[in-house]
Ligand binder design. Structure first.
Ligand code: SAM
Length: 348
């Protein structure tokens, strides 16, 4: 009798497991169990989204950050990081380029940059939505007050990504300075959902001090919070952070978690991340083959791409060009998937 397989089947049936059951899976799964989960996840994803892979145009708007997250290459304490921020015109020009290529979702991501006031971001969002009313705007700009989130939503933003990073407060405090708390992160996530954003949480797999118990808690949190999106990627060290000498996260475990999350939440929008593609050649394709259904090519200007270094050797995709996108379409066609260019909303 294979108890891990039984629990995976139970997850598929009930969409819920106890903490101990998640923990048991993580402690005991084999390559064969991962293969079983992967096949199940792909069948489930196909039943909801067919062979479609959604693309989102990522625009890295600023690498200024007021936070000191210990794992992050753009944290405030990294004095070797060359800082930049895009102007409104530059952001709009990235959208213009992306729109021509077929992108219908733009993701504005950046450090927590005080220069990006609510007024600035709201105006940028309004301008994007006015020029491209058929597009969705996703924001990933960190923690803000309820009122700020509400203003951004009212300006037209559709989705918000805010990884919870870990659902264990002690672990959270090992990854962040004391001015950042899990309590506030969670409050932000609940506010985003309450306001009406399609909301995304998520974790880094293999972040320093992470244990299976932590990941089990993360899975339980994802199950209960019921986000529309979930960003799961491996932790990768950055040379100028205190975690420079920590191990990279596991590629196989990241794939396995993508499969489990797909089984738990059939409709979830699940990106196969740049970090996964950085960890292994062809990693993003393998993420899709494990149950993910979103990729986020980078539309940022080249000068920004070099400076938005969250971790060492970040993959440069070159997908802002027609050739790059055609190559990507071909790569995915080769593994039986179609890159589609609609907004790719959550299917409830
Ligand atoms: N400031 C926003 C926030 O906090 O959500 C968005 C930008 S932040 C850089 C985006 C994500 O990058 C984080 O949620 C984190 O999980 C991921 N990240 C940062 N450093 C990383 C690293 N060394 N390895 C892998 N992912 C990392």
């Amino acid at each position: 009798m294979n108890k891990v397989k039984d629990f995976i089947e139970k997850l598929n049936k009930n969409k819920s497991l106890s903490l101990d059951e998640y923990r048991f899976i993580l402690d005991n799964y084999t390559g064969e169990d991962a293969e079983f989960a992967k096949n199940l996840a792909v069948d489930i994803r196909k039943s909801v989204y067919g062979n479609s892979v959604y693309i989102r145009g990522l625009i890295e708007v600023s690498n200024y950050c007021k936070n000191g997250c210990l794992y992050c290459g753009i944290n405030r304490d990294n004095k070797s990081c060359l800082r930049y921020r895009l102007t409104k015109e530059e952001i709009l020009s990235c959208c213009e380029n992306g729109y021509k290529l077929g992108f219908r979702t733009f993701v504005l991501q950046g450090g927590e940059d005080n220069h990006f006031t609510d007024e600035f971001v709201c105006d940028t969002v309004r301008k994007i939505k006015k020029r491209y009313p058929d597009c969705a705007v996703t924001l990933s700009l960190g923690e803000k007050s309820y009122d700020s989130y509400k203003a951004l939503y009212d300006a037209g933003a559709d989705r918000y990504l805010l990884r919870h990073e870990t659902a264990d407060s002690e672990h959270y405090s090992k990854l962040h300075p004391s001015d950042l708390t899990l309590e506030n992160r969670m409050e932000c996530l609940h506010n985003l959902k309450k306001i009406g954003f399609q909301t995304g949480c998520g974790i880094m797999v293999g972040s320093p001090y992470q244990t299976n118990e932590h990941i089990a808690k993360d899975l339980k949190f994802i199950e209960e919070f019921d986000p529309q999106m979930c960003g799961i990627g491996p932790f990768l060290p950055h040379k100028d952070t205190v975690f420079a000498d920590f191990e990279k996260g596991s590629f196989e475990l990241t794939l396995f978690l993508l499969s489990l999350i797909r089984i738990m939440k059939p409709s979830i929008l699940l990106p196969s991340t740049t970090a996964l593609g950085t960890l292994k050649d062809g990693g993003r394709e393998m993420g899709i083959l494990a149950g993910a259904n979103v990729i986020m090519p980078n539309l940022s200007p080249d000068t920004a791409k070099d400076k938005y270094m969250l971790y060492d050797n970040k993959l440069r995709t070159g997908l802002e060009s027609v050739e790059g996108l055609e190559n990507l379409k071909k790569k995915f066609a080769d593994i039986g998937y179609e890159i589609v260019t609609d907004r790719g909303d959550y299917k409830s």
